[in-house]
Design a protein around this ligand. Sequence first.
Ligand code: 2BA
Length: 107
Amino acid sequence: MKLLITVVSNDDVRSLLNALIDAGHKATKLSSTGGFLRKGNTTLLLGANDNTVDDLLDIIRATCRRRMVPYPFHVSEHPSMVPQDAVEVEVGGATVFVVPVERFIRL
Ligand code: 2BA
């Protein structure tokens, strides 16, 4: 068994959880904060049998793609932080730690 500690953007967590639950997987959602940006993100704990890890990674890949979106309005309040000609910012993606589970016990 493996534990996938999965850090994702708050923007992607709803569709990711929907896809995981629809596919019969289990998840625990934790609120977290990125150490670099100090911005809220979400960490999911996903316990999975070894033969379902690839399925989980496929679902994460499909729902948490890195993509470009227009700069959010609030960023323009800090124009010195934004390159003059920048119109888009990258969001999404996932950071996944695949950790072996020594024992899984439900009491
Ligand atoms: P990502 O590398 O996609 O990381 C997204 C979030 O995933 C991170 O949020 C952090 O919460 C988690 N994470 C990533 N790698 C980790 C690790 N090795 N251990 C534990 N947690 C990890 P933030 O720390 O707020 O980082 C947000 C984005 O800022 C990162 O996206 C990366 O593009 C950039 N970044 C992070 N650290 C950086 C640094 N030292 N220098 C330049 N850019 C950095």
